[in-house]
Every structure is written in C-alpha cells, then in structure tokens.
Design a protein around this ligand. Sequence first.
Ligand code: 2RA
Length: 354
Amino acid sequence: MAPVLALVGATGAVGTVMIDIINGRETVPWGEIRLIASARSAGKKITVRGEELTVVALSPEAFDGVDIAMFDVPDEISAEWAPIAASRGAVAVDNSGAFRMDDEVPLVVPEVNADKVTSRPKGIIANPNCTTLSMMAALGALHREFELKELVVASYQAVSGAGKEGVDRLYAELEAVAGKGLGVRAGDVREALEAAGLPIADSPFPAALAFNVVPSAGSYKGDGWYSEELKVRNESRKILGIPDLKVSATCVRVPVVTTHSLAVHATFAREVTVEAAHKVFEAQPTVVLVDDPENGVFPTPADVVGGDPTYVGRVRQALDFPNTLDFFVCGDNLRKGAALNTYEIAEQLAPEFS
Ligand code: 2RA
C-alpha cells in the first residue's frame, strides 16, 4: 500500500510552501496526505494535488495510520508532539530545533548524508536550521573531494527566517522611510520609525532593518554568541560528520524578504583550485554555479528567491590562506532551507512503507 503522509503545521508559513512543493511534484508516492494544524485552523480546506483536504486538529489520533509525519511547527510543539507521532508508528521528520543535536536523532541533508535517513532509533529525523542548510549542498560536495578542515562564515539572513512578523516589520519599515532621504545621519532611521509609530521596542529585531544590517540572529546565548551562530557550528559538524571541525560564524539580519546568503571561507586538507571547485559544483545536481565576476554575474537573493537549488558564485582562492576557498552562496530559506529539505527526507523514506 502507498504510504500515508501527514503535514503538521499545514497552515503556517513553511507548511504553505510545503504544499506548494507537493503540488509542484510531477508524481508523489503517497496514498493519502493528511493536513494537521492547531485546533484554531482545523476545518480549513486546502487543495492539494487537485483534491480539497480538510485540516484536522493536532491530537494523538490524528497520527493513526500515518507512516511519515512532517513537522513544520515551533520547537515546543515539536518537542511534545513528534514523540507522540513516533509512538503511534510514524517517522517524524522535524523542521524545528527541538531534536537536531540529540545523539539519537539523525540530522539530514540528503545530498550530504542520505545514509542517515534510514537510521531511526527514536523514530525522529531532524531537518537542519535554514542558515546551515543554505550552504550544505555546496560544502558537502567540496568536503567529499577536498576534506573540509576549517569553516569561517558570515550570514546575510532574510527577515522571513523570523516568520511573518519579521516580514511584516520590514515592509512596514520600508513604507515609513521611503522617499525621505534617510540613512545619512546616525539615528535618523530610528527616529523616523518612532515618528511613524514603529518603535524598535515593538520590532522582532533589536535595531532598524530599513537602510540597515543587524548583527544578531536568534537568541543571545552568552559569551558573545547568538543561537544562529552556534547552530551553524554544531549542525555543520553533525551533518558533515566532522565532530572537531573548526567553525566560526557571524550571523547578520539584512533587509531581504526571503533567501539567506552566506560568505564562506573554507579550508581543506587537500589543495583546491577554483577550476577544481567549479567542476565539483557543476557535478552537484542541486547546486547552480553563477560565477562570472568580470561581467558582474553572481547570485543575489533577489535573483534566486523561489528556487530550489543552492546558488554559488564569487569562487576564489584565498590569497593569503593555503588550501582555502572563499565563495558566496544563496539559498531560499523557506524552500531548501526548510520545507524542501524536509520533504526530500520524507520522499527518501517513502519506499520503506510501500
Ligand atoms: C532565522 N534561521 O533565519 C532562522 C530561522 N530558523 O531566523
């Protein structure tokens, strides 16, 4: 029998992208797709692959008969409900941060460590954070060829990483500052936002995003580090299977709606040339190389948003660092960074239940 797929968080931002992805697939392996959400959204109708489905409320019984349950919900909901789904026989593929660093839960990017998809000590498989995910297809391919030793990255993170509230805030700020010649005197953007009834105290971000960049993403974790920076370090080590990988990250929020970018400085055990790296990227089906700097050709979030691949450009040999490449990656944080990777894991699991 064809497997039953559940989507928990079907009405949320990532859940909505997930449904787009399912609708866009030429074929799907599912016998039934079940949409699950909070009691508030239960009863809502959503069309999936031409069939109108009714969203059901999250409950233990909602998982009866489910083979694979994808979770696109906040950490605390996953922490409570993914084990319940697993106890009722489903494999939970979880896009929250609740289980990523659990030793009994694989953290999977199919292009990099697909072999982990079948191991299921807890019946839970975790999907990485979108910042880590945005560079993993590219880094995993390079690691296979040249053996990664050290990683230094700076992120340029879109506001949709902070959810609908983040997106709404950026649009509101842009409206409040547009056409006023601001951004030329310290504090003028902040004052304009206050005058428009948009004080920073009401923002999901600790500073203005309009005409600005903000070096803080996630929550503050002490010793100078924010959670997103620690996730990049811990998750990269786990996915790549290099427990002692040296990693340092600086995560920055920028006024981009969707698509995270990262400037990557990666050092390898073996010699690496731009030509060899280009060949590796060209051979990786989920990476698109956009690299002609002489003609101003490189990936930018505005040009790649909505796409599934990881876009790579500005590949160069670091002048003062042996065996080191610098490059720039862009990846849609809602697609490969969240919904798509989760769905790819579910697709890979499907044959186990057919
Ligand atoms: C962010 N990476 O961009 C987070 C979302 N999971 O805020």
